[in-house]
Design a protein around this ligand. Structure first.
Ligand code: BEZ
Length: 221
């Protein structure tokens, strides 16, 4: 017998983001053709016209320029109609002046939600959980967050994680606990004795031990 979870695929970090075509508040979108050469933050919310979701969507909308500065497009999703999405966008705009200026998928048949493991039946059988997929320009999934219905996400952390992924890629480094832009980064551990010896001789590194060394990316002004 199928358990509820078996009707859902759960994409994993490193997978190519599953492709789909969907109706959105910006018209029909084929995901593989969306935001070419850019990162995408694809996120779901449980339902339009609900309080936590309104705060979160407003957060994505007001901080959209910061996502754009990181070469990143936003795409939302819920299991609601385009009509409901439009009503909610207009309602929030009238109430607060915040405009959700990014596509929101109307996933009435739950096709995309199931494809991305956003429908987690033991949390809700009809509403998507609060998922966030960080997808790189090669359409590879690089980081996944899942939050339950009753706890909103943290926009600072979403932006921090996005920037950490991009800087880690660019400089081939790793990010320590609580890393933020401007902090030292971790140099990958040596893979040979030559690399080990070079590391021991490098006085520019902050060395905790031979396998844990940090460096500044740019001189701090
Ligand atoms: C909310 O956004 O407030 C919400 C949505 C669905 C279930 C619980 C809370």
């Amino acid at each position: 017998m199928e358990t509820p979870q078996m009707t859902n695929t759960m994409p994993r970090i490193g997978d190519i983001a599953p492709d789909f075509e969907a109706l959105t508040t910006k018209g029909k979108i084929k995901f593989s053709e969306f935001a070419k050469d850019k990162w995408v933050v694809l996120f779901s919310h449980p339902a339009d016209f609900t309080p936590v979701c309104t705060t979160e969507m407003s957060g994505f909308a007001t901080r959209k320029p910061e996502f754009e500065a990181l070469n990143t497009e936003l795409m939302g999703l819920s299991i609601d109609s385009v009509h409901a999405h439009l009503g909610w966008v207009q309602n929030v705009r009238e109430n607060t002046g915040v405009y959700f200026d990014f596509p929101i998928i109307a996933d009435l048949d739950m096709k995309v939600a199931k494809l991305y493991g956003m429908l987690q039946p033991n949390e809700s059988e009809t509403a998507a959980v609060r998922a966030v997929f960080f997808i790189d320009p090669d359409k590879k999934i690089r980081l996944i967050m899942y939050y339950p219905l009753n706890v909103g996400r943290n926009m600072d952390e979403i932006l921090r994680a996005l920037e950490a992924l991009q800087i880690a890629d660019k400089y081939k480094v790793a990010m320590p606990l609580d890393w933020k832009k401007g902090n030292k980064v971790i140099v990958p551990p040596p893979k040979s004795l030559d690399e080990l010896n070079a590391r021991l001789a490098d006085d520019s590194l902050e060395k905790v031990d031979w396998y844990l060394a940090k460096k500044d990316l740019e001189p701090v002004s």
